[in-house]
Design a binder for this molecule. Structure first.
Ligand code: FES
Length: 331
């Protein structure tokens, strides 16, 4: 006899929201595919910005556009130039730095437009500086975008379209100002600011909600237990090669040459790929997903798209067994 499996009731969350101690019941639960749906209490739905943007992540009608933009991204130079665009030499994503220039100058221009006084010339100059800064911001963003997951890329193309529209509006504002149409110049800049603001919020979603550009391996440093840890017999790891292991669930990658052994955290800072599944190339650990490379001896990032280096662990060999500990460990 086949017994039916009944779904367990979902737990509900209750909290006080600070409105004078009045009890509030969170009345909405997330459905599997469509974002947020009401429970049976009939309260109004509340969908936060991050939840709304996740709808864009699932929007497969954007995929043909993504294919076309990918073809443009493939034309970007490789090697050192591509590393510069990612921000490898700087140790920080370049795009998130470059976007400050157009956003900062355009925000300042709009504020000058709104303030009393004769600010037209300064505002026009700031609009034009922002336009010049758009190109490096866009190209570095394109380089990062080309190495992201599908759901990030879907949000990314909307982010780029919104910012592109904003740049066009600021371009039109500059033209209007140059031709003496001050009011049009101000109105177009204001519209451009709103569009760029929306695009920036989508960029924030990619960065903070979806950790695009964040160091995906950073948290492992904090959970790595202090003191020495046994990684087993050294012979277990191939000479002139690499192998994987873990320290209390924290993945590590072990590389060996004839007379050296190095141990790095085994998760790629770019998107968290298991580095032990990559390869050892000329003294560097190469990531299996997007090809970032890290020096095996100290974890320094050599090629992107990753921009953060890998944490390297202190090693010791006792009776043919490999031991490791975090470098700042006192145990
Ligand atoms: S996960 Fe992208 S380079 Fe490693």
């Amino acid at each position: 006899m086949v017994s039916r499996i009944s779904p367990l009731p979902r737990p509900s969350c209750t909290h006080r929201n600070g409105d004078h101690g009045k009890r509030v019941v969170k009345a909405w639960v997330r459905s599997g595919s469509s974002g947020v749906v009401p429970d049976r209490s009939g309260s109004r739905p509340t969908m936060r910005f991050g939840e709304r943007v996740r709808k864009i992540e699932r929007e497969d009608r954007l995929d043909p556009l993504i294919s076309r933009v990918k073809k443009i991204a493939e034309r970007l130079p490789t090697g050192t130039v591509r590393d510069v665009l990612h921000g490898v030499q700087f140790g920080h994503p370049l795009h998130s730095i470059m976007v400050h220039l157009p956003i900062g100058t355009w925000t300042s221009a709009v504020l000058l437009d709104l303030l009393p006084g004769k600010n037209e010339r300064s505002a026009h100059t700031l609009v034009n500086i922002g336009l010049l800064a758009t190109l490096p911001a866009a190209v570095s963003g394109l380089a990062d975008w080309s190495q992201q997951h599908e759901r990030q890329q879907r949000v990314g193309v909307v982010h780029a379209m919104s910012n592109g529209m904003g740049a066009l509006l600021f371009g039109a504002s500059s033209l209007a100002r140059a031709n003496g149409h001050k009011s049009w110049g101000k109105a177009l800049a204001l519209a451009g600011m709103g569009t760029v603001g929306f695009g920036g919020a989508l960029g924030g979603h990619i960065t903070y909600y979806r950790a695009g550009g964040a160091n995906r391996a950073d948290h492992f440093i904090d959970v790595l237990p202090e003191g020495w840890h046994d990684l087993g017999p050294l012979d277990h790891y191939p000479q002139e090669g690499m192998g994987g292991g873990d320290v209390d669930g924290v993945p590590v990658v072990v590389t060996r040459t004839e007379d050296t052994v190095s141990v790095l955290l085994g998760s790629c800072p770019h998107m968290g790929a298991p580095l032990s599944e990559g390869e050892l190339v000329q003294g560097c650990v190469r990531c299996p997903w997007h090809g970032s490379e890290f020096r095996a001896d100290d974890g320094t990032v050599v090629h992107g798209p990753a921009t953060a280096s890998l944490e390297s662990l202190e090693t010791s060999i006792v009776d043919g067994r490999l031991w490791v500990r975090p470098r700042m460990s006192v145990g």
